[in-house]
Design a binder for this molecule. Structure first.
Ligand SMILES: [Mn+2]
Length: 428
């Protein structure tokens, strides 16, 4: 079942295809002068996909307020329909990542809906950073690292439940992010708290199916403001190393101190075979959860530069999961997620056209200026015609946002979906 009217996509593409063909041809000529075959880049872009977080299609909010959007999804099935719209218009987002219990539903129905919409499921996300109605033990003072064994057990059980649901719907990974931490110096014993966390994560890992991976996500602060249990990539690496071979570090771009060199962290984790995947977003000050590439597209490119480098030299154990993790407060989430998926593709395409032989030579010769210029030459190249042609050839929209607006989708669903004020957004 298609969410988007094929006729709308065809009509919208008709108005743009002639210009696109010219632009694509011109770019192809320019790239061939640099020894790059444009068709090869396009095929790689076509094969690329980034997962959509189910919670991303609802309007987010801050700790101050939430301003609901029109026609927000009421449940996971509405969310999956919005995800299908994003996929049909971009053909860059074939998978959805569920958050339990926000998205809890009958696995059979989830599978059927996904099949109907042509979607698959990405990593499962557990939630022990808030209390659910009827829950026996509170997570106010932590979950997997709580001082109370029964609370830790409850948090472990929840993660095991996420694995069970994931097994039933074809997921192959569990992402664990906890809000555990402290607000006061002295509030917790750092070492004992981390020991408790490790013990709990090991209990979760013990139930992980053989073909699954466990991703742990670090975060420097929030909701705890003095310390968090898994505060940075170093601690995250220790977790992955202590827990087992199928435990990996997940890098959320917004979870670092300002100015931290994230692309270098990525390189380190690749080198030591512990890069599990990404939560892409952008930020100015902290974990802002802004649209990917909205603030610092060069940094996104530099991250992809490391990824393409690892891909090209077949770095052992390199298979990161790619997902968006954003909160949309002032835009239509469908538009933001489409734009963000395209920004990720853009960074990938730009990284693919870096002249790596030249770069290596400049690095070897300590020619800093030319090494930097080599990266910049790729970054400055407008690869939009490659992305647009990849979309067109896959039956998606040359201009996804323009086509989405022309379709009137949001106004249509607003008639069926009453306004909600308290739906689960969340910053994770
Ligand atoms: Mn995240």
């Amino acid at each position: 079942m298609a969410m988007m009217d094929r006729g709308v996509i065809a009509r919208e593409n008709e108005t743009r295809i002639a210009d696109l063909k010219r632009d694509y041809e011109t770019l192809g000529e320019r790239l061939s002068r640099r020894g790059i075959e444009i068709g090869e880049i396009k095929e790689k872009v076509k094969a690329y996909g980034v997962a959509i977080p189910s919670w991303g299609v609802g309007t987010g909010g801050t700790r101050f307020a939430r301003f609901p959007g029109e026609g927000e999804p009421r449940d996971i099935f509405d969310k999956m329909e919005d995800c299908a719209v994003i996929q049909e218009l971009t053909r860059a987002t074939p998978r959805v990542s569920l958050h339990i219990p926000w998205d809890k539903a009958d696995p059979g129905e989830l599978r059927a809906k996904a099949a109907e919409l042509g979607l698959n499921f990405d990593a499962m996300n557990s939630n022990t950073f808030q209390d659910q109605p009827g829950q026996e033990h509170s997570y106010k003072f932590g979950s997997l690292s709580h001082t109370d064994a029964a609370t830790r057990r409850q948090a472990v059980e929840h993660n095991l439940e996420c694995i069970e649901i994931g097994k039933a719907i074809g997921s192959k990974a569990l992402t664990v992010w906890v809000g555990d931490g402290t607000n006061f110096p002295g509030q917790a014993h750092f070492t004992r708290q981390f020991e408790r966390y490790l013990d709990s994560v090991k209990s979760v890992y013990a139930a992980l199916p053989d073909d699954w991976r466990l991703f742990t996500e670090h975060k420097i602060y929030e909701p705890a403001f003095y310390s968090t249990v898994v505060q940075d990539w170093g601690t995250n690496y220790l977790v992955a190393r202590e827990v087992g071979d199928r435990a990996y570090c997940l890098v959320d771009l917004g979870h670092h101190a300002p100015n931290v060199n994230i692309e270098m962290i990525v390189a380190r984790l690749i080198q030591f075979k512990k890069l599990g995947g990404f939560h892409f977003n952008d930020s100015k000050y902290g974990d802002d959860d802004l649209d990917t590439g909205a603030i610092d597209p060069y940094r996104l490119f530099l991250v992809f530069n490391e990824l393409v480098d690892a891909e090209k030299r077949n770095a052992p154990g390199f298979d990161p999961a790619h997902m968006l993790d954003q909160s949309h407060n002032v835009t239509d989430p469908v538009e933001s997620l489409m734009s963000s998926a395209m920004e990720v593709q853009r960074a990938y395409a730009q990284a693919l056209i870096v002249d790596r032989d030249a770069l290596e030579g400049f690095q070897q010769d300590n020619d800093a200026l030319m090494a930097s210029s080599t990266l910049k030459a790729a970054y400055r190249t407008d690869v939009e015609p490659i992305l647009a042609m990849a979309r067109f050839e896959k039956g998606a929209a040359i201009d996804p946002v323009g086509t989405y607006r022309a379709s009137g989708y949001r106004a249509k669903v607003a008639m069926e979906r009453p306004a909600v004020t308290g739906a689960g957004g969340g910053i994770v």
